[in-house]
Design a protein around this ligand. Structure first.
Ligand code: GCW
Length: 702
């Protein structure tokens, strides 16, 4: 449905994301009309052109005027430090680097202006978006004074998009990339995608799935990638491709993909040269090797470093990089899947070429609602490591469940590695810990062709938070949520407060109703939607939920101490000591590290069993509370977005109960314990839950 706004009808279908630019409250809009009716740029580059367009669009929308290109005593001026008048101001631009910005109300050429400046036009673009964000969240131009420099160099989305349009683990429709009409048709939506990303500082995108097809490196697909790169370039976004390690065999007709074979290296070099002819600023390759059936250097008894370095040599002459994933686990070592990446990669520290960065998932297993931070962070000081988060909610209820991931990202980034005093995962990621300059953060995108891009309004917040935290991994989740809520709905406390209130506990609620107390991977097989803690019959032991929870009559949890897999020994000694003892292990990670009796007492005074039941109920209650809070906002939010969210919350409440009831029924079949007093029994018996099938799940690789 359409709602009238500033005399024009604008759809509130979520398409505009956080760049809605709807008119501000009367006084603020009037001030903007007075102070910011003209926008000038002092140079002519494609990036400055799009920056001016954006500022005009934003100011026109926010001030409620049809356009912002009149004349004004107080113009907004976009200029780099190379401009003579800017140079004369002697601003502290030196520390801003290539991407930082400064926005300031100042006197310039005899006029009062709002100056957006930086060392580069990309910096000016980021400053322009920062100025708009400031206005959208309640700031006024009169006293504006903003400055910021990104702490991380590569801020990259990973699209798990297949060439047939299906997005692996994607819950927002088909791939945004229309491989059929590219390279001829440049859908305007690609530009909006670039605007959204630039607005939060994302500067790279990997177009295709890490489960890569060799075909993506053929001339046809290189031309399509080049067309996208052309659209994204003014927005400071580089294109990368996932490379299939065996491509020299599949495309080049070679007999091997052995990284030490000179013909293989030559094939990749020629391929890189070909790509750079089409995309001169191509970012480089992302590689998933020897993981879940993907080919890799280990097929030839070579190491991950051998493979990565060979590809790195191919792109190095062009300034490209290789992002080499550490997500590996093999059935040869089923003792503890959580240990395998460290076991394979730690010995390779210092063996990677300078333009290789190892991409490590936030946790050691796989994007669970909660995981302790990956032990590789802080353990490979000689190697740049980038962190990989999953923005799409493969294990957190897909698109329908409301789970704001800001707290998940922040919790991981703030984790202390204890490798050095005070060192956090964020310090490893931003390079401060070891002085690395090649730094990065990757997010598995939740974007598809749905009108609202991400499958739900609140999923947009996860894309937003990822970008903001990639720019600055020390940001806290709540202020980021506030910004997003103000921009997405309206900058009034009556909306922002309750929305942020809902968001901030929402991820913990998912943890509570799916995997309380450090449990993990209890989702049903394959699609990972809905509960399946009983599943025990899959071919590989570590695919079965029973492998992860290890529940029996006497206890529950995965013993990762010395008496078990000793995965704790992969952490720094001081942390390992802490995690070796259930009494000093954070309760939220308790059953990740320990197998404990059901009747062990916890800090609350409850037993492990009673605490689990308590958490399941708390998770369901939280969702019910979100429904009630959202109901109160019915007349403050446009009907279209309100209704969709209300419907999804109802789905989530139903499914949180499903999770709770199915889990409780299953645990009771194992521990034969009664429910704590006053607790409601599951609605059905265990057989009923086991018989439930998810008939079709989007994004599920077949
Ligand atoms: C792209 O494959 C994915 C796979 O679908 C997913 O279930 C798992 O989370 O991780 C894999 C990975 O990260 O490589």
């Amino acid at each position: 449905m359409l709602v009238a706004s500033a005399g024009t009808a604008q759809a509130e279908d979520g398409y505009d994301l956080w760049l809605r630019y709807r008119p501000l409250a009367t006084n603020d809009a009037a001030a903007l009309q007075r102070d910011a009716q003209s926008v000038e740029r002092r140079d002519d580059t494609p990036t400055l052109r799009v920056a001016v367009d954006e500022v005009r669009r934003g100011l026109a929308g926010l001030s409620g005027r049809a356009s912002a290109d009149g004349t004004s005593a107080h113009p907004v001026v976009l200029a780099t430090g190379a401009d003579r008048d800017v140079a004369a101001l002697r601003l502290p631009l030196a520390t801003l680097g290539d991407e930082g910005y400064l926005v300031r109300s100042t006197t310039f050429g005899g006029r009062r202006v709002t100056l957006v400046t930086a060392n580069t036009d990309r910096g000016v673009l980021y400053g322009s978006f920062a100025m708009l964000r400031y206005l959208q969240t309640g700031g006024s131009l009169a006293s504006i004074d903003l400055t910021s420099t990104p702490r991380v160099k590569l801020r990259v989305l990973n699209h798990w998009d297949n060439l047939d349009g299906v997005v692996e683990r994607g819950y927002a429709g088909q791939s945004l990339w229309d491989w059929w009409t590219l390279p001829d048709f440049r859908d305007p939506r690609y530009t909006d995608y670039a605007r959204a990303n630039a607005s939060i500082g994302i500067n790279g995108t990997v177009l295709n799935n890490v489960n890569a097809k060799a075909e993506s490196l053929t001339p046809r697909y290189i031309a399509k990638a080049a067309a996208l790169a052309d659209v994204f370039r003014p927005y400071g976004i580089k294109v990368y491709l996932s490379a299939r390690f065996s491509a020299p065999i599949e495309l080049g007709g070679l007999k091997t993909a052995d990284p030490l074979d000179p013909q293989v290296a030559a094939w990749w070099k020629a391929k890189a040269d070909e790509i750079y002819r089409a995309i001169p600023d191509f970012g480089g390759f992302l590689v998933k090797a020897n993981s879940e059936g993907q080919p890799g250097p280990r097929d030839y008894h070579r190491s991950h470093a051998d493979g990565a370095n060979m590809l790195a040599a191919a792109v190095a002459p062009h300034g490209g990089i290789v992002m080499w994933r550490a997500f590996v686990y093999a059935d040869t070592d089923p003792e503890d899947r959580a240990k395998q990446a460290y076991t394979e990669f730690k010995p390779l520290d210092g063996k990677f070429a300078d333009n290789v960065i190892v991409q490590v998932k936030n946790g050691a297993i796989d994007f669970q609602p909660r995981e302790p931070f990956h032990p590789l962070f802080g353990a490979m000081p000689k190697t740049p490591l980038m962190i990989e988060f999953q923005i799409t909610k493969e294990y957190l209820g897909f698109a329908t469940h409301l789970a704001y991931l800001g707290p998940l990202f922040a919790e991981t980034l703030a984790s202390e590695t204890m490798q050095k005093p005070g060192e956090t995962v964020a310090n490893v990621v931003d390079g401060v810990a070891e002085g690395h300059t090649l730094t990065g953060m990757a997010g598995v995108a939740n974007i598809g062709r749905d009108r609202d891009w991400a499958g739900s309004t609140f999923n947009q917040a996860n894309w937003y938070a990822f970008g903001r935290m990639a720019w600055d991994p020390t940001l806290a989740a709540a202020p980021v949520a506030r910004e997003w809520a103000a921009m997405t709905f309206a900058p009034t406390p009556a909306i922002v407060d309750p929305v942020v209130g809902m968001m901030m506990g929402s991820r913990e609620a998912v943890v509570d109703y799916m995997t309380p107390l450090g449990l993990a991977h209890l989702m049903a097989t394959g699609h990972h939607y809905g509960p399946g803690p009983w599943v025990a019959d899959l071919k590989r032991s570590e695919w079965n939920p029973v492998y992860y929870h290890r529940a029996d009559k006497t206890g529950i949890g995965f013993d990762r101490t010395k008496t078990g897999s000793d995965a704790v020994a992969q952490y720094a000694p001081a942390l390992a000591r802490r995690l070796a003892d259930p009494a000093t292990t954070p309760e939220r990670e308790l059953l990740w590290f320990h197998h404990l009796p059901w009747d062990r007492r916890l800090a609350s005074g409850r037993t492990v069993w009673a605490e689990m039941v308590h958490d399941y109920d708390a998770g369901v209650d939280y969702v019910s509370t979100m429904r009630r809070q959202w109901a109160l906002l019915q007349f403050s939010i446009d009907a279209e977005r309100w209704t969709k969210t209300a419907t999804y919350l109802a789905v989530q409440e139903r499914e949180a109960r499903w999770w709770r009831d199915a889990s409780v029924a299953y645990w009771m079949s194992v521990n034969h314990l009664p429910l704590p007093p006053g607790v409601a029994p599951p609605a059905h018996d265990l057989a009923w839950y086991k018989a439930l099938k998810v008939p079709y799940a989007p994004g599920n690789p077949q």
